[in-house]
Design a protein around this ligand. Structure first.
Ligand code: URA
Length: 465
């Protein structure tokens, strides 16, 4: 009997190496016990033979497995089931004599591994959907932290997504398994936080300070295999897509119950209600109310503005004041039906300074945009638009997750990392502010031209429906 001990729960490379050596030595799955360092295993005490005691392999002995097995195994190996490494070795063993085994979806081993990959994939999606960063550590340099409890060993796998999406803000994702940190250049990992120490939202900063004072983030004493840089980690990211392709999203979860998918409309109503109590930045203090996005849940176009103005703040609806009227006119001229688009803002509270009876609009700053971005992201995941139109610099910063110049990017479709398209254009209130009437006419025409791209997409979608 052989005992293979992997360095960590996510040490797929060691599994792969060991599995290959075991297969070449004709060691049957029933004769192998898989363990992970730190995991208690009675069999360890039973004095099993360590893998290092294999006889040397024949140099020319080799075998090949289908590429989609490696793709599947990499994702399924992140499942929390302790038996997953044994299952994957059993599959590998059987693949040698039955190269097309993975095509037999009803085979119990194939079905189980496939379902495990599906569960992992869903957990990654859940992490993407629910992670909400809170700003902490203001007195030094802003840092953002979120608490998350993964069902599977997905944190290292999922971290590159957050690094790309929140590229310009330093963040930490704290979990009971492992904590991921992004400093703007590289991802690093430190040990997890015990679940009993799970921080309440308003205690997140305290927990973060206790475990990771800022200069401890790149911990020299952290075990080497726990530190990865982005380029290495980003190799993993496409595998998620591979897993999705492999599992086809059709395989029922195993062994957990299927996650219920709320309808977009439920999500939106819940979001609106939650956003009404948002305290992620200070803007709620002076604003009348949160002005959330509006539009049909079936919208395939999402328009994003900067923040509600004076009128919107009082009415509780986006784009109902002068900028909204300008927008309506341009949309109509471009051939976009406003009733069919979802309209929202990057920042959901009115930021202003009082001047007598007037409330003077103030541009939101980066921390305010970042604090509010969670709502934009959750609106995107509830609406699932094909096209997101960013009107003005604030909207563009929120849509792209970084400062994005308008002039250089406007008027063409840009691919977003999640597969959607973005269109950048000016904000309608920029047109209102232009003092020169001729410049105003020209700028307005260009704005309409930009919106015609959205109109084209809306018409195409209507034809396809
Ligand atoms: N400007 C915006 O960006 N949004 C509104 O809702 C109104 C004005």
């Amino acid at each position: 009997m052989y005992l293979i001990t992997l360095d960590s729960e996510t040490d797929f490379e060691s599994w792969r190496k060991a599995a290959r050596a075991l297969t070449l030595h004709q060691i049957a799955p029933a004769d192998v016990t898989w363990n992970v360092q730190g995991r208690a295993k009675d069999s360890v005490a039973a004095g099993l033979c360590e893998a290092s005691s294999f006889p040397p392999t024949e140099t020319d002995s080799t075998f090949s497995v289908p590429a989609n097995f490696i793709e599947l195994a990499r994702v399924a190996a992140l499942h929390r089931d302790d038996e997953r490494f044994a299952l994957l070795y059993r599959l590998l063993w059987r693949l040698r004599s039955d190269h097309d085994l993975l095509e037999i979806r009803t085979d119990p081993d194939v079905a189980q591994a496939t379902a495990m990959a599906g569960n992992v994939k869903r957990d990654v999606q859940r992490m993407r959907d629910v992670i909400r960063f809170r700003e902490i550590g203001r007195e030094h340099k802003a840092h953002y932290a979120a608490w998350f409890v993964p069902e599977h060993h997905i944190v290292e796998f999922a971290a590159p997504f957050f690094a790309r999406r929140y590229a310009d803000m330093p963040w930490s994702i704290l979990t009971p398994d492992i904590c991921a940190h992004w400093d703007g250049h590289a991802i690093s990992f430190t040990p997890g936080i015990r679940q009993t120490e799970m921080p309440a939202p308003n205690r997140l900063e305290e927990t973060w300070r206790r475990h990771f004072r800022p200069n401890h983030l790149i911990m020299p004493e952290a075990p080497k295999q726990r530190r990865r840089n982005l380029s290495e980690a980003s190799i993993l990211e496409p595998l998620l897509a591979d897993a999705e392709r492999w599992t086809g999203g059709r395989v029922p979860p195993w062994p957990e119950a299927p996650m219920k998918r709320k309808s977009a409309v439920d999500n939106l109503e819940a979001l609106r209600e939650e956003a009404a109590h948002c305290r992620a930045c200070h803007l709620y203090k002076d604003a009348t109310q949160t002005v959330f996005g509006e539009g049909p849940k079936s919208a395939n176009i999402m328009l994003v503005g900067e923040q509600p103005g004076d009128k919107e703040d009082l009415a509780g609806h986006p784009f109902v004041g002068p900028a909204g009227q300008m927008l309506d006119r341009a949309l109509e001229e471009a051939g976009v039906d406003r009733k069919k688009v979802y309209v929202t803002n990057a920042v959901k509270h009115f930021k202003f300074v009082p001047r007598g009876k007037i409330r003077l609009h103030q541009k939101p700053n980066t921390p305010e945009i970042r604090a509010c971005r969670q709502w934009y992201e959750r609106e995107v995941s509830a609406i699932q638009p094909d096209l997101i139109v960013a009107m003005g610099a604030t909207a563009a910063q929120s849509v792209f997750g970084k400062i994005t110049p308008i002039g250089k990017n406007r008027g063409r479709l840009i691919d977003l990392p999640d597969g959607r398209k973005a269109l950048v254009t000016v904000h309608p209130s920029y047109l209102l502010r232009l003092p020169d009437p001729q410049a105003k006419v020209l700028a307005y025409q260009r704005f309409v031209e930009d919106l015609k791209i959205a109109a084209g997409l809306q018409k195409k979608a209507a034809r396809a429906a």
